[in-house]
Design a protein around this ligand. Structure first.
Ligand code: ATP
Length: 443
């Protein structure tokens, strides 16, 4: 479905601005490249995705606990993890148009933009450095975390002691990560500040591959629950030579983005990290991060299965997958068919005429405590429907002149455009029923 000409992405970027999902950061000053601000609808969508992840990964499982670590982390954490040594990407610059690329993103030895010659590859440090302390001279160099998982490893003993979890169990967190990417592009797909959703699952070494398969299947299921079409998702196992220094096996979960080339881009990586991380922190800190089996008393370093995804990339995939242009009654409409659980606004109450505003506002007041609801009186009813379609609002509730007589309102479903008449008295229960059970089937 996604065409790779760049048109779909352009249209989506424009819709995101128009409807208040995502804005370029610092736009009034000319914009900060590859930095994005989430507007009113984007902030809600992001929260909905994050809470869906938390619910799926943490709240509904007895063997996964959450944490929320600091962004500025002890520098030795990054020494132990190998980031200070390994977290560099070789980059090349075009001598003609001055574009910069990650070497592994360039095929051949000329510039993908203009065909010009490229420089020799140079190393590029990806961690954002800052200093901590009042006086610059005395201050310590610290780093903004480039991933959320290392603080999980560094807190392994604290969490085990406090939560009394036994293998196999996981620790999860969501939050900001920062990477000074060489070429940040494709809207929110690659930015320098982004949010991750990561879970480290600690297991007995001989059970690692089994859990790897389990989590891969679980993570695919979650993307399906967000309403993303299965055809636009695939898994891709890493070849031996492609594996990161810490990984024993790794599989990317990819989405068919409408980017140049074949478009497939990573949403999430599932990796068997072996005992690399805990082992490295034991060595660097000299602390006991071993796990002692409560039955056999055996002491060992658990293996780790990691699921590591990005919120921004998930938002982009969800928006692209939901974006549709279609003809309705001879007029084109743009609609975001977002899953009702993700939609930032679930219902809009619309008086057919301004004269009905007061009565319709009562309906709004009854609905607002039940599901996220908005009230809109401005413009023709057709225009208001179009605005709500573009915002991905699944239900419009219209108060018309008949409502004064029969005490009913019309509920319109965004995708099928079906309408039902519902008594105002039972509207909140009916809407709750539809939110959990779906649109009523026709008899
Ligand atoms: P890539 O190869 O695309 O740079 P990566 O393999 O370096 O990604 P990981 O380190 O595995 O990415 O990070 C886990 C997840 O974090 C990715 O799957 C992605 O969803 C997200 N992520 C990583 N870097 C960025 C970024 N610069 N902007 C937005 N999301 C990112």
């Amino acid at each position: 479905m996604n065409d790779n000409s760049g048109d779909t992405l352009k249209k989506l970027v424009s819709l995101c601005k128009r409807r208040g999902f995502i804005f370029q950061s610092g736009e009034i000053y000319g914009g900060l490249q590859s930095s994005w601000d989430y507007g009113p609808l984007g902030a809600e969508l992001k929260r909905n995705i994050e809470s869906s992840w938390w619910n799926f990964m943490v709240s509904t499982r007895g063997n996964v606990v959450g944490m929320d670590s600091a962004i500025i982390t002890h520098p030795d954490v990054w020494k132990a993890s190998g980031h200070l040594k390994h977290f560099h990407d070789p980059m090349v610059d075009c001598l003609k148009c001055k574009s910069r690329f990650r070497q592994d993103h360039v095929e051949g030895d000329s510039c993908p933009n203009c065909g010009g010659s490229l420089t020799e590859p140079r190393e590029f440090g990806l961690m954002f450095k800052t200093s901590m302390g009042a006086l610059e001279d005395d201050s310590a160099t610290v780093y903004l975390r480039p991933e959320t998982c290392q603080p999980i490893f560094a807190n392994f003993r604290n969490v085990v002691t406090a939560s009394r979890q036994r293998l196999p169990f996981g620790i999860a967190q969501t939050g900001k990560a920062f990477r000074n990417e060489i070429t940040a592009r494709n809207f929110i797909f690659r930015s320098r500040e982004f949010e991750q959703m990561e879970m480290e699952f600690f297991v007995a070494p001989d059970e690692a591959e089994e859990w790897f398969d389990y989590w891969l299947q679980q993570r695919m299921e979650w993307y399906g629950e967000l309403g993303i079409r299965r055809d636009n998702l695939r898994t891709r196992m890493h070849e031996e030579g492609e594996l990161a220094h810490y990984a024993r096996s790794c599989c990317d979960l990819e989405y068919a983005f409408p980017f140049a080339g074949d478009g497939w881009g990573e949403l999430e990586g599932i990796a068997n990290r072996g005992d690399y991380d805990l082992g490295a922190h034991i060595q660097e800190s000299g602390q006991n991060l071993f796990y002692t089996d409560p039955v056999s008393n055996e002491k060992f370093i658990p293996f780790v299965i990691e699921t590591s995804g990005g919120i921004g990339r998930t938002i982009l995939a969800v928006l692209l997958d939901a974006y549709r242009e279609e003809m309705v009654d001879g007029r084109e409409r743009v609609v975001l068919s977002l899953h009702r659980n993700l939609a930032p606004i679930k219902a809009a109450v619309l008086p057919l005429s301004k004269k009905l505003s007061e009565q319709a506002e009562e309906v709004y007041r009854a609905m607002a405590p039940v599901i996220p609801t908005t009230f809109d009186v401005t413009g023709s009813i057709g225009k208001r429907y179009r605005r709500m379609d573009e915002a991905g609002t699944p239900f419009c509730i219209t108060y018309d002149f008949d409502s004064l007589e029969d005490g009913c309102v019309t509920v319109r479903e965004r995708d099928s455009l079906q309408q039902i008449r519902v008594p105002m008295e039972t509207l909140p229960e009916t809407m709750m029923g539809i939110m959990t059970g779906g649109w009523p089937k026709e008899d």
